[in-house]
Design a protein around this ligand. Structure first.
Ligand SMILES: [Zn+2]
Length: 360
């Protein structure tokens, strides 16, 4: 394709995406998962300049897609949720296979550590599935014979594309100039919209989910609170039983808070987790935290303690990932946007003197 034009207005790109996603009935949730994974990849790998292109390795995309389905394949109400109208849903089979091979690991990262060989094989399957299905269908209006490559060139992708063809393209798709910045800037709008569409699809594909079944969204996208209990005591030993935000003394069952909101980037690494009181945790909710809170979360002394906890719990800190995601999020924010700086306190964003992690 030599007709690629740089993206002008991110909103136009968003409207085009939503138009494609809202047209026709989806036969699987894969397009939504692929787009969500692309958005996350852009946030965490934001190019230095606004109009740069960005190569997205399909194996990395496959990891993110698998991560999205990781918790979703658990039984809901004692039943398996369908996410496709076809009988063989390849990505769900892949996720279930790896869950078994890793003895029910609670996260994909743990599964990779426990069962590296099975992980490699499953990623390979998902790579091929993404290339043969959602990656080229994502840019096509349902029913239309041709693709409109407004995100990336997909001319080499089709329903029967081979591993060899993928290899000859470096196992990657290359986002057009400006697309990475546009998707990162739109993340706060796109992610919730994609989740709503996803929940609708799952309800449609699973007739037993009538209006009375509670919290399908929570099952698909919520965090498992119980899963985080394991970090509470090690954190209290290392940092003292105090709220990270207001320093109040904590009761036994205090919340664990995601500094970068879970709703924006689903990073569960220790570097993104802090002890909080219920008051701060509730007030902060999905708000963007003030810059100095990210500074403190990424602080060197804290990192040393986190590394020790990571080793004993086998739970990665993902400090680099948190820093990269923070950079991707804040660089897309306009100056003056309100951020959460403490219980019932707001601070306007000012990055005229960016902290080290925010510099490209
Ligand atoms: Zn507090």
């Amino acid at each position: 394709m030599d007709t690629v034009q740089p993206v002008g207005d991110p909103l136009l790109l968003g409207q085009r995406l939503v138009a494609i996603l809202e047209t026709g009935l989806r036969t699987a949730t894969y397009k939504l998962a692929t787009l969500m994974a692309l958005v996350e990849h852009c946030i965490e790998n934001l190019p230095a300049r606004e109009h740069d292109s960005l190569a997205v390795p399909i194996p990395e995309l496959a990891h993110r897609v698998l991560d999205l389905y990781w918790r979703q394949v658990r039984p809901f109400d004692g039943r398996e949720l369908r996410q496709s109208t076809q009988s063989r849903a390849r990505i769900l089979i892949a996720a279930t296979t790896l869950r078994h091979a890793s003895r029910g690991a609670s996260s994909l990262d743990t599964a990779r550590l426990r069962a590296p060989e099975a992980y490699r094989k499953v990623i390979d399957d998902v790579v091929l599935c993404l290339a043969q299905q959602p990656l080229h269908r994502l840019q096509k209006l349902p029913g239309s014979p041709t693709s409109d490559p407004f995100l990336y060139d997909d001319a080499f992708l089709h329903d029967q594309v081979s591993r060899r063809t993928l290899r000859s393209h470096g196992d990657a798709v290359v986002l057009n100039p400006g697309v990475a910045h546009a998707l990162a800037r739109l993340s706060g709008l796109l992610k919730p919209a994609l989740e709503v569409m996803w929940v609708d699809d799952v309800r449609r594909m699973n007739k037993f989910l009538d209006e009375d079944v509670p919290d399908v969204a929570g099952h698909l996208f919520g965090r498992s609170r119980s899963g985080f209990a394991a970090v509470r005591e090690p954190f209290k030993d290392a940092f003292g039983p105090h709220c990270f935000y207001c320093r109040t003394h904590l009761p036994a069952n205090n919340p664990i808070d995601h500094v970068l909101p879970w709703s924006l980037v689903g990073i569960d690494g220790l570097a993104n987790l802090v002890l909080a009181c219920a008051r701060c945790n509730g007030d902060k909710s999905g708000a963007l935290p003030a810059l100095n809170l990210i500074d403190r979360a990424l602080d060197d002394d804290r990192a040393i303690s986190l590394e020790q906890i990571a080793t004993s719990l086998q739970w990665p800190t993902q400090r680099d990932r948190v820093a990269a995601a923070a950079r991707g999020i804040y660089r897309g924010q306009p100056t003056g946007v309100p951020t959460w700086s403490g219980f019932r306190q707001r601070e306007r964003l000012d990055i005229s003197f960016p902290p080290a992690w925010l510099r490209p």
